[in-house]
Ligand binder design. Sequence first.
Ligand SMILES: Nc1ncnc2c1ncn2[C@@H]1O[C@H](COP(=O)(O)OP(=O)(O)OP(=O)(O)O)[C@@H](O)[C@H]1O
Ligand SMILES: [Mg+2]
Length: 510
Amino acid sequence: MENYIVEMRHITKRFPGIIANDDVSIGIRPGEVFALLGENGAGKSTLMSMLFGMYTPDLGEIYVKGEKVEFRSSNDATAHSIGMVHQHFKLVDNYTIAENIVLGVEPMGKKLGFLPAVNMKQANREIAQLSKDYGLEVNPTDLIENVPVSVRQRVEILKMLYRKAEIMIFDEPTAVLTPSEIEFLLKIIDGLRNAGKTIILITHKIEEIKQIADRCAILCRGRLVDIMDVKTASVQEMANMMVGREVDFHRHKSEAHFGKEVLEVKDLTVLNENHFPVVKKVSFSIHAGEIFAIAGVSGNGQTEIADAVTGLAAASEGQVLLNGKDITHAPIRTRAQEGISYIPEDRQSTGVVMDFSLSDNLALRRYTKEPYSRKGILNFGEFSKNAEEMITRYDIRSGQGAKTIVRSMSGGNQQKAIIGREIEEHSDLIIFVQPTRGLDIGAIENVHRQILEERERGAAILLISLELSEVMELADTIGVIFSGELLKTAPAGSMTRNEVGRYMMGVKEA
Ligand SMILES: Nc1ncnc2c1ncn2[C@@H]1O[C@H](COP(=O)(O)OP(=O)(O)OP(=O)(O)O)[C@@H](O)[C@H]1O
Ligand SMILES: [Mg+2]
């Protein structure tokens, strides 16, 4: 018998209408990086939520270091040296990094001789030391609200280390990071393994698995398909196995036929809340049938451009024209009606209504129109008909189909729903911000195909993506943004990937 540090045996977990995990058995070796790969909704987060004590399995057993455990809460899991970094971090904004880390396990000092008080000095020292030992580079006294996402994630890692976790679960940690931050995180994970920790890593990016993992379990619709040795498996093999068919990594793009100018942005300047310009005199235009991609490192003003076009942010200077009409100061709703669709970056707060059904969410853009409503009376039959069609076309998977409450859906499937809803409007201008973040490779293939179809239909497409490969595959025209300025705008074919990468770093003449 193998000496596993964690063993999950015959785990089954049902939710209304769906078996999220169906008789799954995995064993994790001490000190390995064990990856979990599977389509959106395959059951990865559910399986790990059970190991972390947030759900209890309907059937099956969990063993930690040979001992059978029955966790009632994540505190039980923490007591068994298990830690987890969730995709949505759980930190208190106006606390310092150290305060967040000790929250719940505060070291006590003596105050006035008898009143216990938190000994923050000691905590700060310990945390600074842990940060140094594992190359995490955080400053314990910084406030959470002042540090970027990548640092918050490292605070979550420190939280696990501070609680002496030996088994660390990461649920899609790289989905929120830029390429250089991903490299940094993978180094940290490697360091954790070298220090003897056991890592479980959920990710959709097979290259990351190739780079860092020892073994990889593949889940498909709740079932375990295989556990592979990463060294001997190819990317294509892993991809095919998880999707259950041959995955096509090649994009079939027809020749460009540009029509009339749909969007024109002239000398656009956008200020942030501190009245500092984050978009500086940016000008570009997009034609019917053109994909204009803005490439750039995160935080260089690209989302603010999208927000200014849709009306979520105000332009302090310049003009935005849609089909020749000045919409610079038009209300958001008017712009949508005039023909703008928007797939925003933060889908959970601006993309969907989490406590509405899938069917209602899919009708959000059209419920005021016939046949969805007539004279103010909603026609729910049409709502579900619409939902059923879109569920098939966009492969939206959930427990109860159209009736499913969106909150209970897997992250990737929530996203497919928003993308489908916005594409179906067949607007003149479609803005995609990070459209494939968090999607599995099969779903990415599907979304890319839909984007190219919309281009062929004659839509003007603004694509904002941190994934350089996505930009290179889809764009007709690339604008590279750096520090709020479009440094270079050129036909996609005229620049190499490396040139685009150099402009992204602010090098003016590549
Ligand atoms: N609390 C819940 N209530 C009802 N259904 C749920 C709940 N949590 C998960 N599910 C369902 O279980 C299935 C598996 O979801 P899970 O979140 O584990 O998928 P995943 O593999 O992590 O997907 P993704 O890559 O999109 O994050 C999904 O169909 C989801 O709708
Ligand atoms: Mg998940």
